[in-house]
Design a protein around this ligand. Structure first.
Ligand code: M6R
Length: 610
């Protein structure tokens, strides 16, 4: 999705904006642009293509201002082109705006502005914003900063949809305004400089102190001050939040790609996620959940998108078996529109690495409206989801930059297991199993280290099959949910068509797709399902499939093409282990195909629009 950066300080803005935009590249984009102010004139350079392409536009040399805004665009309204790229200016070139989000009523606003004599150059929804601001500004009798603020506030009142905005005004060359609604934006601050970004890692090398804006709060920035206003333009105060991540956490640190680095970071990210949660007992501080409440609920919903949803699927059984609470896992974009049966007897858990996924946030708002208690699991401190939920539990995976989620997934499974144990302790249910699983969770980082040692074996098999057009994944029970995640990983970074099936479903249709030499990957980690799984795999072998088996079981002398042996674990923990070779499998196939592993086509790291 779009990324925005901003700078106001004593240094030249251009290199800082370019640096920030490069760090936001992972979010996915097709155009980029920056604008600065010098001598009360806005200079604006933008084009379709990569951030580095901006540097070859000769006029960029003339951007010397110490205040500026920048944008990477992920096209929604209008194709990628120079005209459609941000920043967008109003007709008088007084206001420059970058926008992340979608203005749903832009067509109507555009028509009104056209009737007032405004002309539009682009096909975007964003271009209405600078012109609306200009309209309110030129019709205002206010003076000073309130005139600028008021015009932006009046414009925002008319916008339906989501937006994170940075606004420059040539008449206010020493200030910048920002506002957000349902779209991410953070303000990094230091004594003589202020920074804006869509997310923390992009400006982490400049500061560790951040202000977080709530919906429809405005920040009026100068070089050394930040003032905050609500949408009645009353001044409000805010404290900074200090972020523990260090800047190198957002660097490749010697690895070829962020994805590989993040795969190999998993022993550490899982250890940090366990943190102080397992200390004698399982503890989740600040989660004010009583035994009476847990006894009163009849259902847990886990709601999320993509990989985060797969983490939910991987943990359905631990909540059901250890806590004895019926648990349903739902896709956020379905949940929000399917009128789910939720009330005060349902506990809803929302998982989001970024904490900014539009569908997950909307689902959370729905659950709250219907009286359900809500818990968010997020990797980003202060993210939108954490501000909406009744409670937030953070995974401490560190910044995840690669679009394909790896370390966030395994940390999400870890934290859900800990949460299940915490609930079971409160409910005093299955305490012997709680104790056993608690011990097992502590051993997971070491077992993940063992899985990472399988990298070369996995690479060898990946290099044999990287030219395939289709690869199928099979699993039963918990291995089915891991197969779904393995298949998602493969398709998003290798562009190989892939499906995951519950192995028992094969005969009900998918087996028709199996033909000579096709690759089938099977996950077999549940002891009581081994024989059943093997029968299913024999069926595909009989039809000529090449097979890769990921297992923690002794499968004897079967005729598989390759067996990758992972450490033994219970079915609650095995999804963390079995996914490691599958992440590596997807990674090595993508590399062998020469693809951009970290920034796969058409995908964005955080999906902040519907
Ligand atoms: O930030 P979130 O966890 O809410 O993101 C959810 C999905 O968009 C995300 O997991 C996506 O499926 C990844 N690209 C998977 O690798």
């Amino acid at each position: 999705m779009c990324g925005i950066v901003g700078y106001i300080g004593t240094q030249k803005a251009k290199p800082i904006l370019i640096n920030g935009l490069l760090r936001l590249e992972y979010r996915g984009y097709d155009s980029a642009g920056i604008a600065t102010i010098e001598n009360n004139v806005i200079k604006n350079i933008k084009n379709k293509g990569r951030v580095n392409d901006l540097l070859s536009i000769p006029e960029i040399e003339t951007l010397d201002g110490t205040i500026g805004i920048g944008h990477t665009r992920w096209a929604t309204h209008g194709k990628p082109s120079s005209t459609n790229s941000h920043p967008h200016l109003d007709n008088s070139n007084t206001f420059a705006v970058v926008h992340n989000g979608i203005i749903e009523n832009y067509a109507e606003l555009r028509k009104d502005l056209e009737n007032k004599g405004y002309k539009f150059l682009s096909e975007t929804d964003t271009e209405v914003i600078p012109n609306l601001i200009h309209y309110f500004f030129s019709n205002s009798s206010l003076t000073g900063e309130m005139k600028f603020l008021n015009a932006v506030n009046e414009a925002c009142k008319l916008l339906v949809g989501s937006f994170a905005l940075e606004i420059l005004c040539s008449l206010y060359p020493n200030s910048m305004l920002v506002v957000r609604k349902d779209s991410p934006l953070v303000i990094g601050t230091s004594q003589t400089e202020n920074y804006i970004s869509s997310d923390i890692p992009a400006i982490l090398s400049f500061t560790k102190d951040f202000y977080l804006l709530n919906d429809l709060e405005f920040a009026y920035l100068t070089r050394d001050t930040v003032k905050f206003f609500d949408n009645n333009l009353n001044q409000i105060s805010k404290n900074t939040t200090s972020i523990e991540w260090n800047a190198t956490a957002a660097e490749k640190d010697g690895f070829e790609d962020f994805m590989l680095k993040e795969i190999f970071e998993q022993p550490k990210s899982i250890r940090e996620t366990i943190g102080s949660h397992i200390n004698g007992k399982c503890v989740i501080n600040d989660l004010n959940i009583s035994k009476e409440y847990l006894e009163s609920i009849n259902k847990i919903f886990i709601v999320a998108c993509g990989t985060a949803m797969h983490a939910g699927l991987a943990c359905k059984s631990v909540l059901e078996q250890i806590c004895e609470i019926s648990t349903e896992v739902d896709i956020a974009s379905e949940f929000r529109y399917r009128n789910p049966l939720i009330n005060e007897k349902t506990l809803c858990i929302f998982i989001s690495q970024s904490g900014e996924t539009a569908d997950t946030i909307a689902a959370l708002k729905l659950a709250k409206e219907r009286g359900s208690k809500t818990i968010a699991i997020s990797n980003v401190i202060g993210s939108s989801i954490s501000r909406e939920a009744d409670y937030t539990i953070y995974t401490h995976a560190g910044p995840e930059i690669a679009v394909a989620s790896t370390k966030a997934y395994t940390s999400q499974i870890m934290i859900l297991n800990i949460l299940a144990l915490y609930f079971a302790q409160i409910l005093e249910r299955n305490l012997d199993k709680v104790e056993a699983l608690k011990q097992e969770l502590l051993e997971v980082p070491n077992k993940v280290e063992q899985c990472l040692k399988l990298a070369n074996e996995v690479k060898e098999f990946a290099n044999k099959v990287y030219k395939e057009k289709d690869i199928f994944f099979l699993g039963r029970g918990i291995d089915y949910s891991s197969s779904l995640e393995a298949s998602l990983k493969l398709k998003e970074i290798s562009y190989i068509h892939s499906e995951a099936y519950a192995a028992g479903e094969l005969k009900h249709g998918p087996i028709a797709l199996i033909e000579n030499d096709i690759t089938v990957v099977a996950l077999i980690t549940v002891p009581y399902l081994v024989e059943k799984s093997i029968s299913n795999i024999q069926e595909v072998i009989t039809r000529g499939a090449k097979t890769l088996i990921i297992t923690n079981q002794d499968l004897g002398n079967k005729t598989f093409d390759k067996i990758i042996r992972i450490p033994e674990a219970s079915e609650y923990v095995s999804p963390i282990l079995s996914i490691i070779p599958m992440q590596l499998f997807a990674y090595y196939i993508s590399k062998e195909k020469g693809l951009d592993v970290d920034k796969p086509r058409n995908l964005a790291k955080s999906v902040t629009v519907e």
